[in-house]
Design a protein. Structure first.
Length: 176
């Protein structure tokens, strides 16, 4: 093992120290980015589990929740992509992290933006006549807050996943 100062390991002249340090920095960057991506994937997966729970409760016939909206059903697919992305972190799998990125954009962000738009339109319609405001308007602010949190998690997750994929690509090209 090469070191800057102190005794030198047998069989080396110490000239490989800078190479070892540059390789170590890639691994440090990868580990830091993996942590950031994981922190955005875990809430995403938890929200997916809660939405699946809502589906089960509605399927059993309980009327505790409002019925599913179409964008919510599409958004559940992004949770599957998040699970695939979480599995990619252990082996630095570029293909699986790409599935997470593209699936998150297609099945995650797009339905959430549509859901936010639909919720805003619903509030506008409900509040256009103050004398006949329906009771369901109370659910809209909470739904918009949940959508905003989901969008934040997904955008941050995509941002860090793109950086992680780039770091993994540079590590692969240096290994070849």
């Amino acid at each position: 093992m090469a070191s800057r100062s102190g005794p030198r390991a047998e069989g080396t002249d110490g000239s490989d120290f800078s190479n070892r340090e540059s390789i170590a920095s890639h691994y440090k960057k990868s580990a830091a980015l993996k942590t950031k991506v994981r922190k955005s994937m875990v809430p995403h997966i938890l929200m997916t589990i809660l939405l699946v729970g809502k589906f089960i409760v509605l399927a059993l016939g309980y009327k505790y929740f409002l019925p599913f909206e179409k964008w919510e059903m599409v958004w559940v697919l992004s949770g599957i992509c998040a699970f695939v992305g979480l599995r990619s972190l252990a082996k630095n799998d570029n293909k699986k992290i790409s599935i997470y990125i593209y699936g998150n954009i297609l099945f995650g962000i797009a339905p959430l933006i549509f859901g936010l738009y639909a919720s805003i339109k619903k509030v506008q319609v409900d509040m256009s006549d103050f004398k006949n405001v329906p009771d369901s308007w109370r659910d809209s602010p909470m739904k918009m807050a949940i959508i905003a949190c989901g969008l934040t998690w997904q955008i941050v997750g995509i941002f860090h996943a793109l950086r992680l994929r780039k770091a993994w690509s540079s590590m692969d090209s240096k290994n070849k």
